[in-house]
Design a protein around this ligand. Structure first.
Ligand SMILES: Nc1ncnc2c1ncn2[C@@H]1O[C@H](COP(=O)(O)OP(=O)(O)OP(=O)(O)O)[C@@H](O)[C@H]1O
Ligand SMILES: [Mg+2]
Ligand SMILES: [Zn+2]
Length: 349
């Protein structure tokens, strides 16, 4: 089983980074104040499907306190009254007609029958219109939960019949928390606290990517100890050491040494695009720290950055060049030329 599935939260308390939504849902379920239809919208890999499945079970849980009891039939996650429709593949009018017909039948052995319509923006417009009828005449024992990354593509009349929740992207600290739990449970030792931050930094603020990246790293392990080097090589990341080294040579105008080191990084299999992007990210981070904005930066990195004595003017000059070149470099046939141009320009006397 993939780590993503193995660690899909089975209880609300395992859901990370969506505290306000979880609290609101738990409170309303406790009070029995339910809507006919819910909408979970937000970026991929932030917990939409997870929350939908939890809500579907929670409203049927016979002993719901502040979370699923974990013991009743509804908690088992094999509930026949929870029906999932993947609108990416079952998007047509026939699928919805059938759903409409069945949705009026009473639940098999639960309080509520719950339909989860995943990727709801992919329903055809005919199917959406057919759905609308079902939503307008709801059966009191049927609930609908729509999930989508692109709510604006849904039929607005469907959207307006739902109680909407907009999921947040996940902060590094929350990602690190969840990865910690997984790593511990898998019996893996971490050589260094920065490892999980490094993964989080490359996860686009989603738990889906973060857990996938962790899985790639663990897949390559031969022992039960994960080091920073392991993850940098498994994920082909440009190491922090290399980036700081390059930055230092740039800032000190060490032209030949800089290009020598740059070539080394490139011949180890890194792309110019990624080097520029990582540098940009790094310079930006240093500038943020200099202005006292230190959210989301781990303490090791912070200590490292605070030791740097680069001038703001220089940092801004480099950042400006990197940003200007970023859009040019993708699709540019010779990223090497463009990168060398930027660096030479930056270090010109
Ligand atoms: N907020 C979260 N808390 C804990 N785990 C999460 C969270 N979000 C995602 N995950 C993990 O990532 C996996 C994918 O999450 P989920 O399917 O809920 O994302 P999604 O928002 O529906 O994404 P997509 O738009 O790609 O379908 C889950 O199995 C779980 O392991
Ligand atoms: Mg999903
Ligand atoms: Zn229960």
């Amino acid at each position: 089983m993939s780590l993503l599935n193995k660690y899909r939260p089975q209880k609300f308390k395992e859901v990370k980074g969506q505290d306000e939504i979880v609290t609101a849902l738990v409170q309303s379920i406790k009070k029995g104040k339910l809507h006919n239809a819910y909408l979970f919208a937000g970026k991929y890999g932030t917990g939409k499907t997870t929350l939908a499945r939890l809500v579907a079970r929670a409203i049927n849980c016979s002993n719901f306190k502040n979370d699923l009891c974990g013991e009743c039939q509804a908690s088992s996650f094999n509930n026949l009254d929870v029906i999932e429709l993947d609108a990416a593949s079952q998007r047509g009018i026939d699928n919805i007609r059938e759903l409409a017909k069945n949705s009026s039948l009473i639940p098999f052995n639960s309080k509520y029958k719950v339909y989860i319509i995943d990727e709801a923006h992919q329903l055809t417009s005919q199917a959406s219109n057919a759905f609308l009828k079902t939503l307008e005449e709801p059966s009191s024992r049927t609930k609908f939960i729509f999930c989508t990354t692109e709510p604006w593509k849904m039929l607005s009349t469907i959207r307006s019949r739902c109680l909407p929740f907009y999921l947040k992207t996940i902060r590094f600290t929350d990602i690190k928390d969840r990865l910690s739990t997984i790593v511990e449970n898998e019996g893996i030792d971490l050589s260094d606290d920065r490892i999980l931050f490094r993964i989080a930094e490359n996860s686009n603020n989603t738990l889906r990517d973060a857990i996938n990246l962790l899985e790639i790293c663990l897949g390559k392990l031969t022992t039960n100890r994960l080091t920073l080097k392991d993850i940098e090589s498994s994920l082909n990341l440009i190491s922090e050491k290399d980036i700081y080294n390059l930055l230092n040579l740039l800032m000190n105008n060490k032209v030949s040494k800089f290009f020598e080191e740059l070539n080394k990084v490139v011949s180890s299999g890194k792309r110019y695009e990624d080097i520029l992007q990582t540098l940009k990210y790094q310079v930006k981070e240093i500038l943020f720290v200099k202005r006292g904005f230190i959210k989301n930066i781990n303490k090791y990195k912070l200590a490292q950055i605070k030791k740097l004595e680069y001038s703001n003017t220089q940092l801004f000059k480099l950042l400006g060049l990197l940003i200007k070149m970023e859009e040019k470099i993708t699709g540019f046939t010779n990223p090497k030329d463009l990168s060398e141009y930027i660096f030479l320009k930056f270090m010109q006397k």
